[in-house]
Design a protein around this ligand. Structure first.
Ligand code: 1GP
Length: 231
């Protein structure tokens, strides 16, 4: 996880055919993350996991509903929404999940993510009642809280559905000393992938998979170009 540069995020509530899934899994991405905000069930999560498992790519679950926690993933990412207006998304759902599953949890497989949701129109913002009117100093402060106060290994800046402020992302990443900055939102092709990769440690590509698969796949090569320094 600490070396990932590129991740595809697949939503169990959205259809993807076998050919498209194969292209995603063989793309050279560092990992496939399974997660979504609405309509995620145990059944559609199991189904997607079993299809991804035909390939060798690391496959992780980002948990948004404790009814849809499926065994068999490589890692389990748990969002803690630092700017949620509804405290259930900071500690409430987590408390219930650990109450139910605590004795059987494999803690070494669990990665807590400090989320900051910045697109007020996204489903994630609405569900969590996120306070999205934040400037760079606010987000840098959340980053420091995530890393230094709560010792979280990941800060996830989430603009789901729209391309965000790369200056804000870059300045926040620079303020982190050890945590990784994940960026997701509106990466729809190589150009935005390059911009995001220069600002963040890891970029997440979601919606583009379903909107324009060829362009989504180009984001993998774009990251490899950034890595090689051949922009
Ligand atoms: C969503 O951050 C991811 O959780 C990716 O965002 O769907 O806008 O690519 P997009």
């Amino acid at each position: 996880m600490r070396r990932w540069k590129h991740v595809f995020k697949l939503d169990p509530d959205r259809d993807i055919d076998d050919m498209a899934l194969e292209r995603i899994c063989l793309s050279g991405t560092d990992a496939v993350m399974v997660g979504g905000t609405t309509g995620v069930t145990f059944d559609n999560t199991v189904d997607l996991l079993s299809r991804i498992r035909r390939f060798e790519v690391p496959c992780v679950l980002e948990i948004s509903d404790r009814e849809a926690i499926v065994p068999g993933f490589d890692l389990y990412f748990i969002p803690i929404v630092l700017n949620a207006g509804d405290p259930d998304w900071i500690v409430g759902h987590h408390h219930l999940a650990v109450k139910d599953f605590g004795p059987m949890m494999q803690w070494e497989q669990i990665v807590a993510e400090g989320y900051v949701i910045l697109n007020g129109n996204s489903s994630a913002a609405k569900v969590t009642r996120a306070r999205t009117e934040l400037d760079t100093a606010d987000v840098v402060a959340y980053g420091r809280m995530a890393e230094r106060l709560f010792r979280l290994p990941v800060l996830y800046i989430e603009y789901s559905g729209t391309f965000g402020d790369m200056e804000l992302v870059s300045r926040t990443a620079s303020s982190l000393e050890g945590a990784r900055l994940f960026y997701g939102g509106g990466i729809d092709g190589a150009d935005k992938a390059r911009q995001a990769a220069e600002a963040a440690h890891t970029i997440i590509v979601g919606n583009a998979i379903y909107e324009n698969l060829d362009r989504a796949l180009e984001t993998v090569q774009a990251i490899q170009d950034v890595e090689k320094g051949c922009l």
